[in-house]
Structures are given as structure tokens and as C-alpha cells.
Write a protein that binds this ligand. Structure first.
Ligand SMILES: [Fe+2]
Length: 445
């Protein structure tokens, strides 16, 4: 069997590179002073193509340091969980862990001054330094019942970080609240009678969104060494609204048509209603255990009427896409714009797409910056021009692989116009394999 995640640009990088003073086409805005980091799966050593799955793979983080209109360096580093140190023949950086799932390959976040590579399903965050070297686990002073989450939402006003965590070790999940100072302030059980995969959440002024969808832990798949979360035909799909500081008893559950959601665009409250927008998948991990994308996903809206106890579902865009991002100053408030990856039709198994889409909820338009047939873009992160600039006044940053050159560029687009001409393109001397999520970390004073 040929495993699609071990070939082409979905296959792993096999060396760590450090490169300085990268070539730039166009002009990097001087406001961009910081690091763009993006992480993804990156197998190390010989992989069995029958069992390899990117969601379980070792993580590799890629980073660029931008400053004064220059791209000062590019680095890629494996996150040195013990198995990676062993494969590399190095003295382990990290101590022993009881984590159910020991990898960090899905997202990079910074909270309370700690830069962390994060995954879900029982994995502990791994703290990285500014040059992407592995430093330590962050077990949040032992306060997490299991690991942390790949996705969390930061309240732009309070700085609190909200996440829904889960692990194969226990049914259901937990709502974990971390204060702006990095200390855990709340852990609440979420009672569910099996073990769903909960990849993301959403935050509104008063609620946290819980996805209880029919991709659940299958012990037989785990025993056989396959990715253990699979589609469970006939299981209910529901979305829960949990008060930010509530308990399991306070969750209001709303049944929806069967589907799966990896990623939220945003959620907000509108009087007695909660509005949630996310990319909806008809099904995943169904026809084959290795298929995280089966049918082209699209942007949907669920409107929950808290008074009537009803939910209204509607597709709001027909573009095949994924990896939605917004201006994160709008998390939990009504947003106008979201940005996603426009997928190549017929290549729904790919972790990258043909372009970057801008969805405008007011004009009801979708604009696509198309990179062309041989170029594949990853998730685009929105960076505001200044702290007080308007919602789409800033840039989008994405790693784009050029299949003809087998090299990757960091492409900076004007988010306001999505103009065909990028603001700047930073040329990397290597390819960056298709990956998961990234973030822009401005230089801290
Ligand atoms: Fe994700």
C-alpha cells in the first residue's frame, strides 16, 4: 500500500535546516517583527505505510524570524518527545511522562510567555524556546487530568484560555480554563457515554462550544495499530453549549444532522441566540481509516435559540475549504471575515489547497487567491497591521509549496484586497511538508 501521507510534499522532511538572510521578492512590511511558526506531522525513521497516520506522527516545527523587512532565519526542528530523541540517538531532553499520547504535532501557541507545541487526546504541551529547541513538558502544575488540546480559544478581553480536552483513557472530556497568568483556574468534567474525538471548540461571551460528534475511539483499531478514532455510523451528533464557568449539569445539548467538525471559524451571541460557524464534513474516517477528509468540507452556520431550545443549520458557502482563521481580536464577537484554505477539487485527502479564501459575511462574497495547479497552500494566519487597525487591515501569511521547484515559500498577502500580487514572498531553501497549524508571534517587549 502506498500511504498518501508518506509521499510527495505530504511526506516528511528528513533533515533539520538552519538558513539565514532568506531571499525575498516584494517588500516585507516593517510592522512584521516576530516569528511565524507552523507545525505538522513529520515521521522519523522507517514508517510502516500500512499503519502510519499523520495525526499520530512525530511533530516538526518550522519557523521564520522576520524583522526590519528582512527574513533573518528559517529553522525546522523535530519536537523532541522521548521517542524522537531516541530515533535521533540523542540524550532525551524531556523526562518521563504518563501521557496517553506522546506527540506534539498539531498547533503552536504562546500563553503567559510560554511557547508550546500542542496536540490532543492525552498529549502534554511541549515548551519550545525561541530557536524552536525543545525545553520541557508543560503539565500545568499537574492540574490537567489528561493532556491538553490542539485548539484553544483566548478571550481577547480577559486573556483567559479555554479548551475542551479528552483522552482515550476516559469517556467524555473536560473544559479546561487557564488564566492569563498561565495557571489553571478551572477543570470541569463533560459527561459523554463514549470517547469522541473533540478537535476544536468555540468561545462566546458566555459559552464554550462542545462538539460531540460520531468519530469515536475504537479499541479494536487501536489494538491493530491503526489510527483509533473512526466514524461510528448511527451515533448521534450534537453540539453542547456550556457556560464558561458552569458545570456538566449546565450544558445545553442540541442534536444536529450527522457530521464532523475539525475547525471552528468563530462563534458569538446575538441576544438569546448563539451563532456558530465552522467547516462541516459529511463524514470522515469512514471509507478508510486513514482518511481524515472524505467529502469536500464547506462552511456551515448553526444558530442555537436558547429560549426555544432549537437549532437551525445552514450551509453558507459552497467552496470546498478547511483551516478557517479569523482576526483573533474578534474571537467570541461577531466577525465579518474568515480566511480558509480553498481545497483542490478531487484531492480532499490533501492537507494543503490551491489557494486562500476570504469569506465576507456582510457582502456575502468569497474571494480566492489562487496559487495555481502546482502550488499548495497551508493554513493562512491573519496578522493585524496594528493593535487598533480594522478587521481586515493586515496580512495573511501562509506556507506555499511549489511542486515544480519542490521548494516552499512564505507568502504574505494583503488581507484587505487579497490582491493577485503578494506583498512579499520569502523563499525558503527547502520544502516544508504539508502540515497543520501555525501562528504569528510578535516580538514581546
Ligand atoms: Fe486542527
Amino acid at each position: 500500500m502506498e500511504n498518501p501521507y508518506l509521499t510527495g510534499n505530504q511526506g516528511p522532511a528528513d533533515v533539520e535546516t538552519t538558513a539565514y538572510d532568506l531571499e525575498i521578492t516584494g517588500a516585507l512590511p516593517h510592522e512584521l517583527d516576530g516569528r511565524y511558526l507552523r507545525i505538522g506531522p513529520n515521521a522519523i525513521g522507517d514508517m510502516d505505510p500500512v499503519h502510519y497516520h499523520p495525526f499520530m506522527a512525530s511533530g516538526m516545527v518550522h519557523g521564520l524570524r522576520l524583522r526590519d523587512g528582512q527574513a533573518q532565519w528559517y529553522r525546522n526542528r523535530w519536537v523532541r518527545v522521548p521517542s524522537v530523541s531516541g530515533q535521533l540517538g540523542e540524550v532525551p531532553v524531556l523526562g518521563a511522562t504518563t501521557a496517553a499520547h506522546d506527540t506534539a504535532n498539531t498547533h503552536v501557541i504562546r500563553h503567559a510567555g510560554k511557547l508550546m507545541a500542542v496536540s490532543e487526546a492525552g498529549a502534554l504541551p511541549v515548551v519550545l524556546d525561541e530557536q524552536l529547541a525543545t525545553v520541557s513538558y508543560n503539565d500545568f502544575e499537574g492540574k490537567l487530568p489528561h493532556g491538553y488540546a490542539a485548539h484553544s480559544k483566548r478571550d481577547p478581553n480577559t486573556g483567559e484560555l479555554f479548551a475542551v480536552t479528552y483522552s482515550a483513557a476516559e469517556n467524555g472530556g473536560q473544559l479546561v480554563v487557564v488564566g492569563a497568568d498561565g495557571a489553571v483556574t478551572g477543570v470541569e468534567r463533560i459527561e459523554i457515554d463514549d470517547k469522541p474525538m473533540i478537535h476544536d471548540t468555540a468561545l462566546t461571551a458566555n459559552h464554550v462550544v462542545i462538539y460531540d460528534l460520531p468519530v469515536t475511539f475504537n479499541p479494536d483499531a487501536a489494538k491493530l495499530g491503526f489510527y483509533p478514532y473512526v466514524w461510528q455510523q448511527g451515533r448521534r451528533s450534537r453540539i453542547g453549549l456550556m457556560p464558561r464557568y458552569g458545570t456538566n449539569a449546565d450544558i445545553r445539548w442540541f442534536e444536529i444532522e450527522p457530521c464532523f467538525v475539525y475547525h471552528t471559524a468563530n462563534a458569538y451571541e446575538d441576544g438569546d441566540r448563539v451563532v456558530l460557524e465552522a467547516f462541516r464534513h459529511e463524514r470522515v474516517f469512514d471509507s478508510a481509516w486513514w482518511k481524515p477528509l472524505e467529502v469536500a468540507p464547506a462552511l456551515w452556520r448553526w444558530t442555537f435559540d436558547l429560549k426555544a431550545g432549537t437549532v437551525h443549520s445552514e450551509q453558507i458557502d459552497d467552496l470546498a475549504g478547511e483551516f478557517p482563521r479569523i482576526d483573533e481580536r474578534r474571537i467570541g464577537a461577531e466577525h465579518r471575515y474568515s480566511y480558509g484554505v480553498a481545497l483542490h477539487h478531487g484531492e480532499v485527502g490533501n492537507l494543503a489547497g490551491r489557494g486562500i479564501a476570504k469569506h465576507d459575511r456582510v457582502a456575502k462574497t468569497t474571494q480566492v487567491h489562487d496559487f495555481g495547479p502546482s502550488r499548495f497552500a497551508g493554513e493562512a494566519v491573519f496578522i493585524p497591521r496594528a493593535n487598533d487597525s480594522a478587521e481586515d487591515d493586515g496580512w495573511l501569511m501562509s506556507l506555499v509549496h511549489d511542486g515544480e521547484r519542490d521548494r516552499t515559500d512564505l507568502v504574505v498577502l494583503d488581507a484587505g484586497t487579497l490582491s493577485a500580487e503578494p506583498v512579499a514572498v520569502v523563499h525558503l531553501p527547502v520544502r516544508v511538508p504539508a502540515g497543520f497549524h501555525g501562528e504569528w508571534f510578535p516580538t514581546q517587549d
